[in-house]
Design a protein around this ligand. Sequence first.
Ligand SMILES: O=C(O)[C@H](O)[C@@H](O)[C@H](O)[C@H](O)COP(=O)(O)O
Length: 249
Amino acid sequence: MTKPEVVVHRDGDLLAAAAAARLVTALVDAQTARGTAHLVLTGGRTGIAVLEQLRATPARDAVDWSRVELYWGDERFLPSGHPERNETQAREALLDHVPVPAGRVHVVEPSDGRFGDDPDAAAAAYAEVLAGLGDGAVPSFDVCLLGVGEEGHVASVFPDSPAVRERERPVVAVRDCPKPPPTRVSLSLPAIRASRQVWLMTTGAAKAEAVAAALTGTAEADLPAAGAVGTERTLWLLDAAAAAKVPSE
Ligand SMILES: O=C(O)[C@H](O)[C@@H](O)[C@H](O)[C@H](O)COP(=O)(O)O
């Protein structure tokens, strides 16, 4: 289990820009080491802001976008093109602006897709996609980007939920989500933990309690972010407000 590292930036804008710069380097390093970079995207304000900053930086072209496999840590189970879908927001923020081959953008089926409004079928299908792209149930994602909710959720894994107790399946359907929309498809914590690097990125005073709790031993069932760890690195990227209650070493 990797010990979480905490990096604090002055404010949210700087965090997003710095995380985007860090991501360029991580992707280039992954491609240098292994040929292809596997990146898991996240929804939420911070996650999308990082993609917008990535689009804006000239350094983005240091990444060979033809050798990036893209996934989502979770998806809001909505019709294709819905503005609230994480896919829609990621395409607008970045994917429509870089030459990633369509076949390497692995989206979760929408609620008007092949499986209609059956999120369990969409989750099972996504798990099959992941199984086909790595050596195990899921690829060893090079970087798994995550936002963090006020109560400590990551992806769509919420405290004291069936998803946080999932130990077998890499992808699950989530219903009655406290954060709208209510129905989602999400990686489980075991799938997130297959990542080489897990980056938890959040800003604002409203997250300070959850961040401090995650970093001071709270059980993952009560605070899922505490269970989001990478095999090689677990990195908390915070602004000063979200880091305000993190105990100093
Ligand atoms: O689909 C989603 O909503 C995200 O995947 C979710 O996990 C998000 O990252 C957190 O809720 C933090 O969101 P903010 O960065 O907007 O606070």
